[in-house]
Write a protein that binds this ligand. Structure first.
Ligand SMILES: CSCCC(=O)C(=O)COP(=O)(O)O
Ligand SMILES: [Mg+2]
Length: 261
């Protein structure tokens, strides 16, 4: 078995979700189709609510920023011109969400709406968060060894809490010391990792970040975090250069903590 020796200065393990704790297939075949299939119905049912209107405002702002991108769907402002106008705005939001999802965009606006939409699906038992089988036992072990464990995902903090709160392993939220999403910055920007360390109250070199995406690993490493790239069934392949440059693990059980020597 391959072993990744966790450096002694590491006190915090920071985890990505999709492709790291959770199969990409769960995200692509369960979470995302739910959004595509239900976004129109959700918007019609919640349109008058403050939270829904805030989500729309954020999506509209994002669409403005995206105005130079191919295929972007602008979201017109509602001027109070009756039901036909509401229907047009709803359709624009639906088309915008579908367009963003077709590109697997990780914008805060899209992720915020998705998090709100998944609430009902988790609460009614329609969906349960899934993890690779090594994940929960390893996190328990790390915590027993005194490690702090945080999540950093493009999925909103609310979506993260649903995934871990309503999972095939029950409610396992107690295993985490905190959650970060793109509100702290994008995962491919090194500044995000500096902000995370500062928010936790440690140095970046006290953190080990586990992710399947080498651009994220690169950004974390630039910020002086330790990184290991997680290779899981269904993840995107790595180039030969990436395979030789990064420390690779295929299971969390391959992490060897200093205290376990
Ligand atoms: C609760 S995470 C839902 C999955 C998701 O929307 C996503 O974008 C996952 O991205 P990650 O940064 O975890 O790879
Ligand atoms: Mg990932």
């Amino acid at each position: 078995m391959v072993v990744f020796a966790v450096p002694a200065e590491v006190a915090v393990i920071l985890l990505d979700i999709e492709g790291t704790t959770t199969p990409i297939t769960y995200v692509k075949d369960t979470l995302f189709p739910y959004i595509r299939d239900n976004v129109k119905e959700y918007l019609c049912a919640h349109w008058e609510e403050e939270e829904c209107q805030q989500d729309i405002s954020l999506l509209r702002k994002q669409a403005e920023e995206d105005s130079n991108l191919d295929g972007v769907v602008p979201i017109p402002l509602e001027t109070g011109n009756g039901e036909d106008e509401v229907e047009q705005v709803i359709q624009a939001v639906v088309d915008n969400v579908h367009w963003q999802m077709s590109l697997d965009r990780k914008t805060t606006a899209l992720k915020q709406l998705q998090g709100h939409m998944w609430r009902a699906a988790y609460a009614t038992g329609l969906m349960k968060g899934e993890f690779f089988q090594d994940v929960v036992p390893a996190i328990r072990k790390w915590r027993e060894a005194g490690m702090k464990v945080y999540i950093y995902s493009s999925g909103s903090v609310e979506a993260q809490k649903l995934l871990f709160g309503y999972s095939t392993e029950g409610d396992i939220l107690e295993l985490f010391d905190g959650h970060f999403d793109t509100k702290i910055g994008h995962k491919v920007e090194s500044e995000s990792y500096r902000r995370i360390a500062s928010s936790i109250g440690c140095s970046t070199n006290n953190v080990l970040f586990l992710t399947d995406v080498t651009r994220e690993a690169n950004a974390a490493e630039e910020a002086d975090m330790h990184v290991a790239v997680v290779v899981r069934p269904g993840n995107a392949g790595l180039t030969d250069d990436e395979k030789s440059y990064y420390s690779l693990i295929t299971s969390f059980s391959e992490l060897f903590l200093p205290s376990s020597t």
